[in-house]
Design a protein around this ligand. Sequence first.
Ligand code: HMG
Ligand code: MG
Length: 298
Amino acid sequence: GLPARVRIHEVGPRDGLQNEKATVPTEVKAEFIRRLADAGLTTIEATSFVHPKWVPQLADAEELFPMVSGLPVDLPVLVPNERGLERALSLSATRVAVFASATESFAKANLNRTVDEALAMFEPVVRRAKDGGAHVRGYLSMCFGDPWEGPVPVDQVVRVCRALRDMGCDELSLGDTIGVATPGHVLRLLAALNEGGVPTGVIGVHFHDTYGQALANTLAALQHGVTTVDASAGGLGGCPYAKSATGNLATEDLVWMLRGLGIDTGVDLGRLVATSEWMAGRLGRPSPSRTLRALSHK
Ligand code: HMG
Ligand code: MG
């Protein structure tokens, strides 16, 4: 069966904008987040407290976060280490996310660490966040394929998911960073996670649409019982490690499918489309979302 309700974890302002070539002005980012909240999204990943040299697009986190923190929605932020956590907590963030990798190559490229060194870096972050009453999400990248290592064995993914759970992460997000997953692989991984002691209730899915499989993968995950789905308004973003990557599953495409399935999300599709059209105008490039194009007024 399918779930009656799905929680959309909107990642456009973070995963989307971090990968856009243009750096968007802080006021435009704040307006984007306000409009997404107004369209009914209740979890909007706002920014990252990472090293500004690694992700210059999000270097304005200190200015942006206070501009939106009063909104009546959850605003998770990424924190790679204790320095990042301190920056986030000093602005009263209540939801943070660490981000691990299932592969050594991406751990090195993204975090300048081995997989286990990165886990050791997250351990005090998760503990201190939990002690301070924050909700902690644990991302795991390259859960299906890796641009340097190829297909990723499910056991490798299960091991790191277990480590994130044991550390105290409230929720996990399985990242298909380069968008190579297919539905059978998704089901095999979810079954292996359950067998390895990770319950479906703590699992979210994070698909990128590079090969056009993100919706099919999402449907497979829903049929397995997953109820948290990451998506990016207008399908913003890309991935610096995969040429022709088209970004995350577009929130519009997800909402269209869920609406057709009779699954409640609380999102007003018209307002969401208008927001993504406005953002595409600011970025100066059309959205890759098929649903957005179909419903577009332009
Ligand atoms: P490093 O160079 O090894 O850092 O980078 P370090 O720990 O050696 O510190 C070096 C300097 O950076 C120090 O300053 C620190 O204070 C400073 P110095 O003493 O030399 O003057 N520093 C910081 N400054 C501000 N904020 C911080 C911070 N940390 C250290 N938080 C590090 C290690 C983890 C910091 C770096 O690799 C980094 O910032 N990486 C972030 C990369 C990133 O954000 N990637 C995108 C997000 S992941 C993703 O998109 C995937 C996802 O969507 C899921 C999917 O699709 O798979 C989530
Ligand atoms: Mg991502």
